[in-house]
Design a protein around this ligand. Sequence first.
Ligand code: SF4
Length: 275
Amino acid sequence: MAIFEYRFSVSEVVSAFECEMHFYLKKKGFNVNFYYGSSNVGTLVHKVLDRFAKDFMEPSLFTAMVSTDNLSSLDKFIVEKLYSILYYEAKEAKNINKSHEHRKLNADFELAWKQLEAMAVYFLEYSLGRSSEEITNAFMYSEKHFELPIIDSVIISGKFDLLMKVQDSIKLIDYKTRSEDIENDIIQLTLYKLGIERSIKKSVTPSVLYISKSEVQEISFSDEEVEEVLKQIKLKVAEMIDCLEGKRKPIRMSEPKVCQYCSARKLKICSSKDQ
Ligand code: SF4
């Protein structure tokens, strides 16, 4: 059995492309992270969509409650299901947060609901003209862990959002509640695709769903794009190993647009020179 000396998460690999120093500090044990806005909403939406997919995978629950021949019944089912899960999750969050945070939670709830309404339209469009059996079988896995050996001595681990059957193909879906960031998202989706294909032994098409208040925009990546990005990932991972082993110095990005979100700057662990 292969022995893997290094274990990286998918988000750590993505962070190495954003800033090698950030990656290096994290792997050396510093508590550094990138903090982007509206993470509460993103977490809430992800939790709801995970629960929703898992409920869909329960044929008894789904077929007992909805007639797929009737469009308004299906629409009502999807919307009510998403709303009830959101309500439950938001209530749970309120229980663990202090009262002065309630106002913020209400705003998060409103924004999360707008995004989930956009996802309801996406799921409804997918379900049109399909039997209840096809719909319940469509949701294959939600929030599943995988491991992927990437180069000698390095294994990548991660968790993808959703695997869904669409006609004869299998779609690997990642939800994003922020604006487009194709450069980073294709790195993430490449690793997810290879990780899940290794596990299920079938080819999958990676897609990102950018969920906004009013719509869901879907972007899929081709095999050629994935192959090209994989070469870059292998190179970057090898360079990072050299950094960790002291054969090369990690490069500081020093870009205000990246550094402003990095906790290393606030913690004064990194004094990026342009800041
Ligand atoms: S502050 Fe900027 S240069 Fe320093 S580790 Fe963070 S992202 Fe990199």
